[in-house]
Design a protein around this ligand. Structure first.
Ligand SMILES: *Cc1c(COP(=O)(O)O)cnc(C)c1O
Length: 382
């Protein structure tokens, strides 16, 4: 597969396996956990991340991100934890963006002290907010943009410039953008992580994660990955490959719905504020326009002060009030009651998470039906 083919073509064809036996149109699935040892260069084994389906899928996702290589994991957190642990030793220090995914935050706070790894959270999104936290033992910078749930935008070129000037590595959790909307390696970021449970899977039925980078860095991550053992089962590898064939179409439809919905919500008297990087009054709009090719399928909004967010969510009939995001069906939640419930009130306030906030993950349904559902729920609680 020619790596310079159009993104849409790569979604369908990059990394596909040939069915040499029957000439079928889709990749065959190889479920063996035991392979011949005498006629192959490298031993093939699922936990070595090198079975035929694993290698095919890595090639596909790497092509989409413009990366040389990648590893597929059993969850987004397996990808996050393995990428970080493979790059940190006792006595090292790493700087995180403050509003990162809750699971990543819990991982750092609970596990890093056991290994003697030090960490700080930058107090803002500017590269100067990261720079003031740099110490003599700092090894890397970790960002997530757009962030969850207020869709803040971090300037990838500035972060990468700072890191290069101080010889630090950079990692990004690119889950919210998906490679359709943002390709961080092109902006100088070293390592890209995805929870493939979200847009890459896209149907709310797959748990998986990915780490992508240069070949030498992926070989380094692999040395830890094979010990930590977070590989993904062949069945799910195959299903994820199948799902990514429609990634471009799905995410374009989700981008469109999120933009239309955010403009619709801005006009309503029952909303207080709308957070979406595609809106011109969003603080990160100009940076988002430079580094993203679409603004993504997630938005958040604050209901007017007299309206109860939980009642609003429970009154929805089409949109599902569920925990996760990025599926082809629209879903919504209250960050305060669910995804960010483990944070302290102070931490939530620092990230701008209000009691009235609803996080909305746009699906691919007709926008009129989504809007009608929101309106009928509002009319019940008004
Ligand atoms: C869901 C999510 C993760 C964790 O992924 P899992 O597949 O649940 O382990 C990490 N980062 C972001 C931004 C996420 O949304």
């Amino acid at each position: 597969m020619n790596k310079s083919a159009d993104f849409r073509t790569l979604c369908v064809h990059a990394g596909e396996l040939k069915d040499t036996q029957h000439g079928g149109a889709t990749s065959p699935i190889f479920t063996s956990t035991s392979y011949a040892f005498n006629d192959v260069e490298i031993k093939q084994y699922p936990r070595y991340f090198n079975t035929p389906n694993q290698r095919g899928l890595c090639e596909k996702i790497a092509a989409l991100e413009g990366a040389e290589a990648g590893l597929i994991f059993g969850s987004g957190m397996a990808a996050v934890s393995t990428a970080l642990l493979s790059h940190l030793s006792s006595g090292d220090h790493v700087i995180f963006q403050d509003d990162i995914y809750g699971g990543t935050r819990n991982f750092i706070k609970r596990e890093f002290p056991k290994y003697g790894i030090e960490f700080s959270f930058a107090k803002g999104l500017d590269s100067s907010d990261f720079e003031v936290e740099i110490k003599s033992n700092t090894k890397g910078l970790y960002v997530e943009t757009p962030s969850n749930p207020t869709l803040k935008i971090t300037n990838l070129r500035e972060i990468s410039r700072l890191a290069k000037s101080k010889s630090l590595w950079t990692m990004i959790d690119n889950t919210f953008a998906s490679p359709v909307n943002q390709k961080p390696i092109a902006h100088g970021i070293d390592i890209v992580i995805h929870s493939a449970t979200k847009y890459l899977g896209g149907h709310s039925d797959i748990s998986a994660g990915v780490v992508l980078s240069k070949k030498s860095i992926i070989e380094h991550v692999f040395e830890s990955a094979k010990n930590l053992g977070g590989n993904l089962s062949e069945y799910t590898v195959w299903l994820l490959e199948r799902s990514i064939k429609t990634l471009y179409l799905r995410v374009q439809a989700q981008n469109n719905n999120a933009l239309l919905l955010s403009k619709f919500l801005q006009e309503q008297d029952w909303t207080e504020q709308v957070y979406y990087p595609g809106l011109e009054d969003h603080a990160g709009h100009h940076v988002a326009k430079e580094q993203m090719s679409g603004f993504g399928g997630i938005l958040s909004f604050d209901l007017a002060p007299n309206l109860d967010a939980k009642k609003f969510l429970l009154g929805l009939e089409l949109v599902k009030p569920t925990m996760s995001l990025a599926g082809i069906e629209s879903t919504a939640l209250s960050p305060r009651l669910t995804s960010h419930a483990l944070l302290s009130e102070d931490e939530r306030q620092a990230q701008g998470i209000t009691e009235q906030m609803v996080r909305f993950s746009a699906g691919i349904e007709a926008i009129d039906d989504i809007q009608r559902d929101l309106l009928q729920s509002i009319s019940k609680i008004k």
